[in-house]
Design a binder for this molecule. Structure first.
Ligand code: C2E
Ligand code: MG
Ligand code: MG
Ligand code: MG
Length: 285
């Protein structure tokens, strides 16, 4: 069997590769049905104001609860959805669900939705988002779209039109996973980002004598000058929370505050917080 050609050798002698390929094919075909079968849901993770400790926003994170495979993470099925084009339907569904949930929250709480490059380039992409907002009766200023630099890399006219059209309607934009790609300052100049989300890889390096502290400090300083908020992603410990606050980040997100939770728990977090707040007011009076 060692004499068979290269392609076959891979199929015969690397069982893990075959397993991965099989799983990918399964995901590909089952993803089409997942929406109809109601297997997908949106979880919400709060973004905390590091000065006041209050919830300012939630990020929508998609989850797939597969009847046999269990919980699938977006890192596994979003790339497949992108390959097959299913991301368009899936993405529109996610935006609609997220907007509906946010419409139930207090007006000063916003919702952040992640967008795939392909979603942005699809014809009618901006329209789809605006109609989801209208249907949910959510003001465009309460939606924030998270995009990564990869979206901007090819300098496509469609992307530019998409961003400008939505920004004009009042939708906000956040640059996600900052620090993992090219981190080009040109993008910050060209597009109307209101937030920069510093990637978790920097947060885990903080307080360890690495350069991460200095980098976060520099990014925060730049954000302040440019009128952008700096979000620290993936905060897991109180030490990290303290360090990023000190470095100038204004918002924090991570397991230290809360894991992503289903919509009813997000609503409960908000209700609890408001109770606490009115409690304080009462005590003062
Ligand atoms: P992201 O947008 O950077 O989202 C943050 C990821 O970090 C989420 O992973 C979140 O659960 C995780 N996270 C938050 N706090 C912590 C922490 O303290 N520690 C650790 N270890 N992780 C933390 P998740 O939900 O698995 O999503 C992974 C990526 O998949 C996202 O990265 C995003 O790029 C993509 N994604 C998620 N939901 C969607 C979606 O609805 N649409 C699209 N297009 N992409 C999505
Ligand atoms: Mg994100
Ligand atoms: Mg991120
Ligand atoms: Mg990410």
């Amino acid at each position: 069997r060692s004499k068979v050609n290269g392609r076959q050798q891979i199929t015969f002698f690397d069982p893990s590769m075959t397993r991965n390929l099989v799983r990918r094919r399964e995901i590909e075909s089952e993803l089409r049905l997942a929406l109809q079968r109601d297997e997908l849901s949106i979880f919400f993770q709060p973004l905390i104001d590091l000065e006041t400790g209050r919830i300012r926003s939630f990020e929508a994170l998609v989850r797939w609860f597969h009847p046999e495979k269990g919980e699938l993470r977006p890192d596994e099925f979003i790339p497949v959805a992108e390959e097959t084009g299913a991301i368009i339907t899936l993405g529109n569904w996610i935006t609609a669900q997220a907007a509906k949930a946010a419409a139930q929250w207090p007006e000063d709480v916003t919702i952040a939705v992640n967008l795939s490059p392909l979603q942005i380039k699809a014809p009618g992409a901006a329209m789809a988002i605006l109609s989801a907002l209208r249907e949910a009766r959510l003001d465009p200023s309460r939606l924030e779209l998270e995009i990564t630099e990869t979206v901007l890399l090819d300098h496509s006219q469609n992307t530019e039109t998409f961003i400008n059209e939505l920004a004009e309607a009042g939708v906000r934009f956040a640059l996600d996973d900052f620090g993992t790609g090219y981190s080009s300052l040109g993008y910050l100049n060209k597009y109307p980002f209101s937030k920069i989300k510093v990637d978790r890889s920097f947060i885990s390096g903080i307080n360890q004598g690495k350069k991460s502290d200095a980098i976060i400090r520099a990014v925060s300083g730049m954000g302040q000058t440019l009128g952008m908020e700096i979000v620290a992603e993936g905060l897991e410990t109180i030490e990290q929370v303290r360090a990023v606050s000190e470095a100038g980040c204004t918002l924090g997100q991570g397991y230290y505050f809360s894991r992503p939770v289903p919509d009813y728990l997000a609503a409960m977090l908000l209700a609890k917080e408001r109770e606490k707040h009115t409690g304080k007011v009462r005590k003062r009076a």
